[in-house]
Write a new protein. Structure first.
Length: 244
């Protein structure tokens, strides 16, 4: 196994993605108050929102990522903090006008039961008519095969190390999609460490998530769209409104 911290691979594979940031900024500006960023990772979205003047509370199940986000916010004097918590079972003493699940966080919750638990947990932390915005992506929703080019690796240099991660396979596994990534780390001395890491995402069409939201007591608002880029597939943002 590669010994690099989880935060490094989070940065390698996620930090360069910016196509969705404008939407999160707009939603934060419309709703005001402290944004609840569920599945915040090392702070890709939370730190961007904080840099634009929004207070952010992040939640992530990985304590290492939470620590990194807090350190980065402190170093930059940004109004963001994070707590270690599971999206399906957290309990806070705060309520928020906006909660977001960027990228594919909702597709990592272990199926319909995990999503239902998440909706229940977040629903209890939203203000009346508060907004829950959830991003969904389909790894097979890409450019036509005759236009596709081999994916470029995601790269990062840190402390003399060079890290790269390249998606090498996408396949269906039941009601989920498995993505294999070839990860490489080259040390300052030139030593190579490599592995294949597999990420499994639940297949969740937007209309299914909307139906689950309705069953959980939410209202459904029009979806938002994030366009595809050269390196990333597009995504749909399902918007659910807490009862008023």
């Amino acid at each position: 196994m590669i010994g690099a911290p989880a935060a490094v691979w989070h940065d390698v594979e996620c930090a360069s993605y910016e196509a969705d940031l404008t939407i999160w900024r707009e939603l934060a500006g419309e709703r005001g108050g402290t944004v609840l960023d569920v599945g915040c990772g090392a702070g890709r979205v939370a730190l961007d929102l904080a840099a634009h003047g929004h207070e952010v509370l992040g939640l992530d199940a990985d304590p290492e990522l939470v620590h990194v986000l807090c350190e980065r916010a402190r170093e930059r004097s940004l109004p963001a903090r994070a707590l270690t918590a599971d999206a399906r079972s957290f309990q806070l003493d705060t309520r928020h006008g906006l909660a977001i699940l960027p990228m594919q966080v909702v597709q990592l919750l272990g199926g319909a039961s995990g999503r239902a638990a998440m909706l229940d947990s977040i629903g209890g932390h939203l203000e009346p008519r508060g907004l829950l915005a959830i991003a969904l992506s389909d790894p097979f929703d890409a450019v036509p095969a005759d236009q596709a080019r081999p994916p470029l690796p995601d790269l990062l240099e840190a402390d003399g190390w060079v890290f790269s991660s390249t998606p090498v396979a996408v396949r269906v596994e039941g009601e989920a999609v498995a993505i294999d990534r070839h990860r490489q780390a080259v040390s300052p001395a030139g030593d190579l460490i490599e592995e294949v890491a597999t990420i499994v995402l639940d297949s969740v069409p937007p209309d299914r998530l909307e139906a689950e939201g309705l069953a959980g007591g939410f209202g459904v608002l029009p979806v938002l769209s994030v366009p595809a880029t050269r390196d990333y597939v597009g995504s749909t943002i399902v918007c659910l409104q807490a009862p008023g």
